[in-house]
Design a protein around this ligand. Structure first.
Ligand SMILES: Nc1ncnc2c1ncn2[C@@H]1O[C@H](COP(=O)(O)OP(=O)(O)OP(=O)(O)O)[C@@H](O)[C@H]1O
Length: 253
């Protein structure tokens, strides 16, 4: 489960993030090993995107620490060790780049001193496009793809990057069945290859086929364990903000 030197692939310790008055994360502690797909489940506003930003070093932590691949998030990003598929809303789809250009961005950490792509970089990009079944659309401007195709383009970027850790924020939102099945298959392949995949969703139906483990988030980690246990009614009630104290005879939920 651990990487070189025994360090977990992803490690958050007491991570707290405040945006002014809003407490987005409250002491999140989480460890993920290698070769696993972990589903990150929480309702809108529960802090899923903020946790990704914390793991990527893209937000100031009010408290706590994050380690990716045994180092800081900035170091992991510089080394291309962490791939990120952002939420659809977080991307400027009008940006004048082709699908192939987006996938090539995954190679930036691999480029030599000239910063010019070499044959191996082009080969990695074409192979990644093929794996997500977007070869035919590779020359299209990124905004001219459907929702599912856009997600697949960003998954291809992570594959081309050869990232050891992949973070995906709501990859199934607005995605058709074919794209969903392709993404699930690819993420399972990445985990089988020893990579660590953390994938957020507020939708639970894909979870059993997709994930080996699940984290339930509501500003803090309510549960981390098997998918089957995560889907138990009590856990879901707590995650989605329902008060189950009555059902438990007054015990605090
Ligand atoms: N830049 C920001 N400034 C102020 N508040 C923010 C900012 N970003 C997020 N928040 C707030 O922090 C909380 C957590 O937001 P976050 O985007 O992490 O949730 P989420 O679980 O990803 O939600 P969703 O499922 O809707 O994407 C929310 O209350 C949100 O309104």
């Amino acid at each position: 489960m651990s990487g070189p030197g025994g360090a977990p692939a992803l490690e958050a310790d007491g991570v707290t993030v405040r945006y002014g008055d809003v407490l987005a994360l409250d002491g999140v502690t989480l460890r993920l090993g290698r070769g696993t797909v972990c589903g990150l489940i929480g309702m809108n506003g529960s802090g899923k995107s903020t946790l990704f930003k914390a793991l990527l070093g893209m937000v100031d932590l009010t408290a706590g620490t994050v380690r990716v691949d045994g180092g800081t998030p900035a170091r992991a990003r510089r080394r291309g060790a962490v791939g990120y598929v952002p939420q659809t809303e977080a991307v400027d789809w009008a940006f004048p780049v082709s699908v192939r250009d987006v996938v090539m961005m995954g190679r930036y950490g691999h480029l030599g001193i000239t910063r010019r792509p070499r044959p191996a970089d082009h080969e990695a990009v074409e192979a990644a496009l093929e794996r997500v079944e977007l070869t035919d659309l590779a020359d299209r401007q990124i905004g001219q793809l459907s929702g599912g195709q856009r997600k697949r383009a960003f998954v291809a970027r992570g594959i081309a990057q050869d990232a050891r850790t992949m973070l995906l924020d709501e990859p199934f939102a607005g995605v058709d069945k074919r794209s969903e099945a392709t993404i699930v298959r690819l993420l399972r392949e990445l985990a089988a290859d020893g990579r660590t995949v953390l994938v957020s969703s507020h939708d639970l139906h894909a979870l059993p086929q997709l994930a080996d483990e699940a984290v339930l988030l509501l500003r803090r980690v309510l549960f981390h364990g098997s998918v089957a246990e995560a889907l138990e009614p009590d856990n879901l009630a707590r995650t989605f903000g329902l008060d189950v104290s009555d059902a438990r005879g007054g015990e605090a939920a």
